[in-house]
Ligand binder design. Structure first.
Ligand code: ASP
Length: 320
C-alpha cells in the first residue's frame, strides 16, 4: 500500500500588505486571527478525510466574509465607485475549472466560480450574464452595503486624488490591492486551488485581473501543483504564473520550491511584477514566495498546528 499522504492546506490574504511602519499591533493581530479562522475552516474538511476542493472553498469563504481582506466583504472599488469581483476554482484531478469576472451580488464569489464549474459547460462567465447566472443558481446574495467598507472607500478617494494631482505612486500596496486564495492537497493526493478578489483599487470598470484566469492567478493539476497568486495582475497574466510554475515542475523537473521561486523572483521581477503566490504539490510540500514587502499567508502543518505570517519574519504558531 502506498504511504498515507498527510493533507496540507495553505492560504493567502493578498500581497497588498499594510506598510510595516503603519501597522498597529491590534491590526496585525486581527489579520493573524482572520488567517487562522480560514485555516481552521479549511482544515476541518481535510482532517475528516474531505476533498481538497471543499477545503479550499471553505477556507476562502471565511476570508471572503472577513472585511479585512480584499475579496467578498471588504472588496476594493473601481474608479467609478463600484465593486467588481473576480474568482476562480480549479480541481487538480481533471483540471476542471470555473470562474467569474466582474460580479457583485453573491456573498461568496468562490461559490459562483464553483457553480460555473459544476453547473455549466463553460469555464469563465463575466459581466451581466455572470450576474444573471448567479441569481439563477440560487446563490446567497447581499446588497452593496454588505461589501462596502470605509477603509476601501477612503483608499479609492486617496488613489483618485493622487491621480488628479499627478503624483507618483507612493508604493502603498495595501491601498491598491489584495486578494485571497487557498491551495490544498488532500489525503488521496488530489490538489485544488481557489483565488478570489476585488481586484485593484480604482481599476477601470471592466478590468479583469489574473485571479479568475486558469493558468495565470489560479492553477491546479495533480501531475504538478496547485497555485494561487496575488499581486499586480497584469504582470501575472503576462507570465502565465500558475501554468509556468507547473511547467517548470513537469518539464524541467524542478522542485515546487525552485519552480515557484524562479517564477516570482526571476520571471515576474524581470518585467516589474510585484506580488507572490502560494503552492502545494502532491507530495504535500508547500511554498509561499513573494517579491514585495509582505504577503498575508498561513498553512496548517502535518500535526495540525496553524502557522501565519505577514512580513519576512518567523511564522506565528498556534498549537492545536
Ligand atoms: N491579483 C489581483 C488582481 O490583479 C490583485 C492582488 O492580488 O492584489 O486583480
Amino acid at each position: 500500500m502506498p504511504p498515507a499522504i498527510r493533507p496540507v492546506l495553505a492560504i493567502h490574504g493578498g500581497a497588498g500588505t499594510v506598510p510595516r511602519e503603519t501597522m498597529t499591533a491590534e491590526r496585525e493581530d486581527a489579520f493573524h486571527a482572520g488567517l487562522r479562522q480560514a485555516l481552521r475552516a479549511g482544515h476541518a474538511v481535510l482532517k475528516d478525510g474531505g476533498a481538497a476542493l471543499d477545503a479550499v472553498t471553505k477556507a476562502v469563504m471565511a476570508l471572503e466574509d472577513d472585511p479585512l481582506f480584499n475579496a467578498g466583504r471588504g472588496a476594493v472599488f473601481t474608479a467609478d465607485g463600484k465593486i467588481e469581483m473576480d474568482a476562480a476554482v480549479m480541481d487538480g484531478r481533471d483540471r476542471r475549472a470555473g470562474a467569474v469576472a466582474g460580479i457583485c451580488g453573491p456573498r461568496h464569489p468562490v461559490l459562483a466560480a464553483r457553480a460555473v464549474m459544476e453547473q455549466t459547460d463553460h469555464v469563465l462567465l463575466a459581466g451581466p450574464g455572470a450576474r444573471r447566472f448567479c441569481r439563477q443558481a440560487g446563490l446567497e446574495h447581499r446588497p452593496l452595503s454588505w461589501f462596502r467598507t470605509e477603509f476601501r472607500w477612503r483608499a479609492l478617494q486617496e488613489e483618485l486624488e493622487r491621480r488628479r494631482l499627478g503624483l507618483a505612486d507612493d508604493g502603498d500596496e495595501a491601498r491598491k490591492h489584495g486578494t485571497v486564495g487557498a491551495v490544498a492537497c488532500d489525503a488521496r493526493g488530489n490538489l485544488a486551488a481557489v483565488t478570489s478578489t476585488g481586484g485593484m483599487t480604482a481599476k477601470m470598470p471592466g478590468r479583469v485581473g489574473d485571479s479568475p484566469l486558469p493558468g495565470a492567478g489560479t492553477w491546479a493539476d495533480d501531475a504538478s501543483c496547485a497555485v494561487s497568486a496575488t499581486g499586480h495582475g497584469e504582470f501575472f497574466i503576462r507570465c502565465a504564473v500558475g501554468h509556468e510554475v507547473a511547467s517548470r515542475i513537469r518539464w524541467l523537473k524542478q522542485t515546487l520550491d525552485d519552480a515557484a521561486n524562479a517564477v516570482v523572483m526571476e520571471e515576474l521581477a524581470a518585467i516589474g511584477g510585484s506580488g507572490g503566490l502560494i503552492a502545494v504539490d502532491p507530495g504535500g510540500h508547500v511554498t509561499m514566495p513573494f517579491n514585495c514587502a509582505g504577503m498575508y499567508r498561513g498553512f496548517v502543518a502535518a500535526d495540525g498546528s496553524l502557522h501565519t505570517a505577514i512580513y519576512r519574519e518567523p511564522f506565528r504558531l498556534e498549537r492545536v
